[in-house]
Design a protein around this ligand. Structure first.
Ligand code: FAD
Length: 307
């Protein structure tokens, strides 16, 4: 049995495991894929104090830092449920169960994909999901934002200050974003908003994005926009399906509700990073969240009797 069992091997989970191990307590880390979303990233320029790195390199650094500590690392295994029976019991898809006095949930999230031809081929070659991360790569160029919800319109306003022109494509006939954001976007000369637009394909020249096709759902006409970047903003889905039926409370978006110490509604269960309702999803924020959740878990452990 562990004192702290971390579920997830991305920036949040690794930070949590290192903070726990530094307290000299029995620490385990379970991850389906070590590194998490970082493994899908190329250039990273906003991890403060590291001016430039790349996803696989950062994942290797995370692994190396973790290896300095006595942490039991289990990869290639998926958590399937969490319950309390004396200690916390983490059920794995394999059928095994791991028990621990405290658990830190750091299973992250995944960007909802468009699912159109070209999206996979040009991911990180013009197809992007994070304006805070990749916006500056498109300085002075034309881009599209797919999705007219709050995140799409926020992304368009953000990008409009960096790129030449932003076209927002929304599938529905109206935008779902807050009025104040829509007014702001409409007031910016280099943002064009197109509703009833179904994105159908991303085109590239073999190495980078050059255009995007969409269908005008009113006329049925097929149209092409020449551009260098496509920001997909149709939702970030937290990896919490496996917590269905547990006592861990989630919000409407499925994110785990955690307080500033990472505590969740379930005793002894803490959470950090993109899987939580933290408002901004970034590597540095996930690392900070993982540290806080682990310190929260340690505080909990020293106040509760060993079973
Ligand atoms: P994740 O990185 O999502 O890690 C989740 C971990 O949990 C993984 O190890 C996963 O395998 C594991 N897991 C999930 N479900 C289970 C389960 N059931 N059982 C066991 N393990 C499970 N942020 C920046 O700050 N700068 C950038 O430049 C940047 N660029 C990005 C580019 C792309 C293409 C993407 C997708 C994201 C980018 N981000 C960037 C966001 C950043 O990657 C995330 O904010 C960060 O990785 C979140 O860390 P996390 O540890 O909370 O979750």
């Amino acid at each position: 049995p562990y004192d702290v069992l971390v579920v997830g091997g991305g920036p949040a989970g690794v930070a949590a495991a290192i903070y726990a191990a530094r307290k000299g307590i029995r620490t385990g880390l379970l991850a389906e894929r070590f590194g998490g979303q970082v493994m899908d990233t190329v250039g990273i320029e906003n991890l403060i104090s590291v001016p430039y790195t790349e996803g696989p390199k950062l994942a290797a650094n995370l692994e190396q830092h973790l290896a300095d500590y006595d942490v039991d690392i289990i990869t290639g295994q998926k958590a399937a449920g969490l319950a309390r029976d004396g200690k916390l019991q983490l059920a794995l898809e394999s059928g095994a169960t791991l028990s621990s006095r405290a658990v830190v949930l750091a299973t992250g999230a995944r960007w909802r994909q468009l699912g159109v031809p070209g999206e996979d081929d040009y991911r990180n070659k013009g197809v992007a999901y994070c304006p805070h991360c990749d916006g500056p790569l498109f300085k002075g160029k034309d881009v599209a934002v797919i999705g007219g919800g709050n995140s799409g319109i926020e992304a368009a306003i953000d990008l409009a200050g960096i790129v030449r022109n932003v076209t927002v494509l929304e599938f529905a006939d109206t935008l779902r974003a807050d009025d104040v954001l829509v007014r702001k976007a409409n007031s910016m000369p280099n943002i064009t908003i197109i509703t009833s637009a179904q994105t159908t394909e991303v085109h590239g020249d073999g190495s980078k994005v050059i255009a995007l096709d969409y269908i005008d759902r009113n006329s049925g006409e097929s149209k092409v926009i020449e551009l260098a970047g496509v920001f997909v903003q149709i939702g970030l889905v937290p990896n919490t399906e496996w917590l269905q039926g547990s006592q861990v409370e989630r919000n409407r978006a499925g994110e785990i509700i955690a307080d500033t110490r990472g505590a969740t509604s379930m005793e002894g269960v803490f959470a950090a990073g993109d899987v939580t309702d933290v408002p901004y999803k970034q590597i540095i924020i996930s690392m900070g969240g993982g540290a806080a959740a682990s310190l929260g878990a340690f505080d909990y452990l020293i106040r509760s009797a060993e079973e």
